[in-house]
Design a binder for this molecule. Structure first.
Ligand code: BGC
Length: 297
């Protein structure tokens, strides 16, 4: 039995527990510390250190992060402090805890755990997990192998990032009833079905606890769809699984400099209001006018 500490960094809480990676079961009580206001890197690091100390853990630690994680560097921060962008969070956590840290995206962790031990256990082919909460997280797993950082919550849909239209937060912000939200979720999921033809969709995040509200309202053509089974534990379990798989494997060197991802700009800002679109058009027109003068010199 291999026991690894899994830690899940969430918007309201940072939770950890030792996980038996052979069964996907927690072998100790979960410990949760509220996420510090603003989720700034230094404050979150302090909490990670506290959690590791609480479990008196010395081995590898798997940690989730709610943004893009490439080779230990956090490259986006859609719903957390922007100070994470371009940060070597792996190094930061490793130095703070003295443990061998392995960092991955939160939805990727949940997907790994659900595909192996949860709603996707035994399913062959392609499993796609979507977590609906403050944002929308995604995990794409084929025959047990994860393609990391798919970020399908940022798919452009209805002139917005999908997550700002179909997440659980969008449901609350736009005051939608379950039927209205399910219509949006169906549009989004049908699009993903067209693009990926998953053998199974697993729906997780906050809404997975209220599956009776939406389960019969989301209809897809081909792919079956089920609520997540591991609920609150998926991130912790997936983080531990990832750490186990990566421990001892040399961490790959980055092939490109860690640059922030453009998804950081809010969807509405990117699309532009009518006024900004007009301004941009005017600017373009000015440039056009100036060009021939230069050419005639
Ligand atoms: C982030 C993803 C994350 C998801 C759920 C999105 O805004 O871009 O990386 O998995 O939220 O936390």
């Amino acid at each position: 039995m291999s026991v690894i500490l899994g830690i899940d960094i969430g918007g309201s809480g940072i939770k950890g527990a030792p996980v038996d990676t052979a069964t996907g079961k927690l072998v100790g009580e979960r410990w949760r510390i509220p996420t510090p206001e603003g989720a700034k890197p230094a404050d979150v690091t302090r909490v990670i250190k506290q959690l590791v100390a609480h479990f008196q853990h010395a081995g590898p630690v798997g940690i989730t992060f709610p943004g893009i994680v490439q080779h230990g560097v956090t490259l986006s921060a859609a719903n957390v402090d922007k100070g994470w962008i371009g940060l070597d969070a792996d190094k930061l956590f490793t130095e703070a805890t003295g443990c061998d840290v392995y960092l991955l995206n939160d939805a990727d962790a949940a997907g790994l755990a659900e595909a192996k031990f949860g709603a996707g256990a035994g399913v062959r082919g392609t499993v796609m997990m979507l977590t609906f909460g403050t944002g929308i997280g995604s995990a794409l797993i084929h025959e047990g192998v994860l393609v990391p950082n798919t970020e399908l919550g940022h798919l452009w849909l209805r002139d917005k990032h999908a997550e700002s239209w179909a997440s659980d937060r969008a449901r609350e912000n736009d005051d939608l009833n379950w039927k209205q939200w399910s219509r949006r979720a169906t549009t989004y999921l049908q699009h993903l079905e067209l693009l990926f033809s998953p053998d199974l969709f697993i729906i997780g995040g906050g809404i997975s606890k209220k599956a009776d509200k939406w389960r019969d309202l989301i209809t897809l053509d081909r792919s079956p769809l089920v609520p997540a089974a591991l609920l609150n534990d998926a991130g912790i379990v997936g983080a531990a699984m990832f750490a186990e798989a990566q421990a001892g494997v040399e961490k790959p060197a980055r092939t490109s400099p860690a640059k922030p991802q453009h998804v950081e700009k809010s969807a509405t800002k990117k699309a532009g209001t009518k006024a900004t679109v007009k301004k941009a058009a005017a600017k373009k027109a000015t440039v056009k006018k100036v060009a021939p003068k230069k050419a005639s010199k």
